[in-house]
Design a protein around this ligand. Structure first.
Ligand SMILES: NC(=O)c1ccc[n+]([C@@H]2O[C@H](COP(=O)([O-])OP(=O)(O)OC[C@H]3O[C@@H](n4cnc5c(N)ncnc54)[C@H](O)[C@@H]3O)[C@@H](O)[C@H]2O)c1
Length: 335
């Protein structure tokens, strides 16, 4: 069994599907703080299998103990975390509390049950913003938000556990900007309230939930003046987890890898690709830059290619087509 925490969230649900496809057995846990129980039925529809699931919080010992006592958990993929960079600046305690306490409790329970393989959802936000692009795994770390620091600290905690326990191996996966949805249109990103990320904002404008997109800064030193990011299809990202899991299970030891496409697209590139995929006009307004944002970053994904035999399959057009299918089939998300 593979335990997924944050299993019903955006990346967790897509990874769940890919793990089942690859023949793994999966048990999930989530407290639904940022996801919807209806995801479970969608996973069943896609996979034809009844999901094994526990509703609970990873900061609580009891549900984790129950899972480890009931199932033979060979490895954990830890998605459960709060993830909104801007919100973390307003609510640092909540972010450190949730993201670090959850990790500590999970690691303790894993140790008690002698489970030694851990796939960690890290983030491109752990790279120091002054690094040159593309970002490589060995570049200096540092962050600009409590969210990013919580990932940085989590990496450090896991590295210290590795030093104390040589059997413990970790895949530190640093994701860039996941977008897109499963090709079925049955699962996708369903943010609560105002979306923090570009793609769900764009899709909500397309279905008429919002009248225009605000583009934060039109005077960045980039080709069209808007910010440049490395967008990666969530299904490609999910497959990266399957590869990383297999790497750990085959006893190769720990690995730190960027999961990104290795290409930068600007906000306006994405808007244009989305307009083409959806045949909808996306009105936008250029507004002030957001504090803490940077002009451009993208991954060097060479290490993941060499060590995990993983690289992305889907391009920006496909990301937009799948995001649009999900949003147009589910204008109100899972509700
Ligand atoms: N989406 C991104 O842009 C992005 C980029 C880099 C890294 N990440 C990381 O990837 C992971 C998954 O992100 P996502 O986009 O799927 O987010 P998400 O919010 O959709 O999924 C996270 C899930 O974890 C659950 N959760 C949160 N705290 C919990 C707790 N204490 N106990 C149990 N469940 C809890 C939420 O209910 C949610 O279902 C997170 O760790 C996030 O920080 C995300």
């Amino acid at each position: 069994m593979i335990l997924l925490t944050g299993a019903t969230g955006y990346i967790g649900s897509h990874t769940w599907v890919e793990l089942l496809l690859a023949g793994h057995q999966v048990v999930g846990i989530d407290n639904f703080s940022n996801s919807n129980p209806k995801v479970l039925n969608r996973i069943k529809q896609i996979s034809g299998q009844e999901p094994v699931f526990y509703s609970g919080d990873v900061r609580d010992r009891a549900p984790l103990n129950k899972i480890f006592q009931t199932h033979n958990v060979k490895a954990v993929i830890h998605f459960a975390a709060l993830k909104a960079v801007g919100e973390s600046v307003q609510k640092p305690l909540q972010y450190y509390q949730n993201n670090l306490s959850g990790l500590l409790m999970l690691a303790e329970v894993m140790q008690e049950h002698k489970c030694t393989h851990f796939v960690f959802s890290s983030s491109a936000t752990v790279y120091h913003p002054n690094n040159p692009i593309p970002y490589q795994e060995n570049m200096p770390l540092g962050s600009t938000s409590p969210y990013g620091w919580s990932k940085y600290m989590s990496e450090q905690i896991l590295r210290d556990i590795e030093i104390a326990n040589h059997d413990f191996s970790v895949a530190y996966l640093r994701y860039f900007n996941p977008v897109g949805a499963h090709a079925s249109g049955l699962i996708g990103e369903d943010p609560r309230g105002v979306p923090n990320n570009l793609m769900p904002y764009v899709t909500q404008v397309a279905v008429g939930q919002r009248d225009h997109l605000s583009v934060y800064g039109g005077d960045w030193p980039t080709a069209d003046g808007t910010g440049v990011r490395d967008y990666i299809h969530v299904v490609d990202l999910a497959r990266g987890h399957v590869k990383a899991l297999n790497y750990l299970l085959s006893g190769k030891g720990s690995i730190t890898a960027n999961l990104g496409a290795g290409k930068g697209y600007s906000v306006l590139d994405l808007v244009k690709a989305f307009e083409k995929a959806s045949n909808k006009k996306i009105p936008y307004k250029i507004v002030d830059r957001r504090a803490g944002d940077i002009a451009a970053f993208y991954a060097d994904p060479t290490l993941a290619k060499d060590k995990l035999d993983w690289s992305v399959e889907y391009d920006l057009n496909r990301m937009c087509e799948d995001s649009w299918r999900w949003q147009s089939q589910n204008p109100n998300g899972f509700e």
